[in-house]
Design a binder for this molecule. Structure first.
Ligand code: 5GP
Ligand code: 5GP
Ligand code: 5GP
Length: 211
């Protein structure tokens, strides 16, 4: 049924650190709109099931339509920049995210609301500020323990654990890559994560490269 196709339990709001995306073996390409600011960027807002699985590509009849988010363009470019190669303006990334993930929650969040919701939470959460307040800052040669990063973030969002993913730089050092925040089914508030994404971080020596 339509209802079954539309089901999910909660959302992940996933943010990426551009310094770590770019600093990896695959490298990155700045968007045609220019080098993004030094801040976490949005990767996606993903409906998920409590058991860790997730629906995808739920409605081919409701493809991404950029005209529906005309008014959000400057915020999208600033807060949801694409860093994949080859270089592009972002529409392909946002289209991928809507078509794969957004269509699975379209009965709750239409296209405009979907993107607006991700933008609003990202601005409200402001994890870079939370980390900086705890003395955790992007700096070359910096390194932090997973527990210090994890504690700072949890404290900053009202006590809920935040999922932390690392990747590795060209020298094989672990670095802070993505943050997973869990939102309730209506995407109205942060909740404790029903399911934690597997942390690919070492317990110590996590770098936070400048961007
Ligand atoms: P990766 O394997 O690079 O972590 O993820 C590849 C893609 O799979 C992501 O971009 C995302 O679209 C999807 N994905 C990975 N993990 C999850 C998850 O836990 N929940 C959802 N909804 N999608 C995921
Ligand atoms: P997901 O992991 O959401 O399924 O996949 C993300 C897709 O969007 C990938 O195919 C990737 O090439 C593309 N993409 C474009 N820009 C970005 C970016 O800045 N970060 C990530 N993770 N993927 C991007
Ligand atoms: P996709 O195959 O869906 O394009 O990408 C899968 C994953 O590979 C993305 O989530 C992203 O983490 C990574 N990826 C894709 N394109 C790039 C790129 O140009 N640079 C980097 N560093 N990672 C990428």
């Amino acid at each position: 049924s339509l209802e079954a196709q539309q089901s999910y339990d909660y959302f992940y709001l996933v943010l990426q650190w551009p310094g770590s995306f770019c600093d990896s073996k695959q490298g990155c390409c700045y968007p045609t709109t220019g080098k993004p600011k030094s801040d976490f960027g949005i990767h996606g807002l993903w409906p998920n099931y409590n058991d860790g699985t997730y629906p995808s590509n739920c409605d081919a009849n409701n493809p991404f339509d950029p005209s529906k988010i005309d008014d959000l363009m400057s915020s999208m470019q600033s807060e949801w920049p694409t860093l994949a190669c080859p270089q592009s303006d972002g529409l392909k990334f946002w289209s991928h995210e809507w078509n794969k993930h957004g269509t699975c929650s379209e009965s709750i969040l239409d296209q405009h609301t979907y993107f607006q919701t991700a933008l609003d939470f990202k601005k409200k959460l402001d994890p870079l500020q939370i980390l900086q307040n705890a003395g955790i800052e992007p700096a070359d040669g910096s390194s932090y323990s997973l527990s210090s990063i994890s504690q700072a973030l949890a404290q900053g969002v009202g006590g809920h654990e935040v999922g932390i993913q690392c990747n590795v730089d060209l020298s094989g050092n672990a670095q802070l890559f993505q943050l997973y925040f869990c939102l309730d089914q209506a995407a109205s508030e942060i909740i404790p994560c029903p399911n934690s994404p597997s942390s690919t971080c070492s317990s110590d020596g996590i770098e936070f490269p400048v961007f």
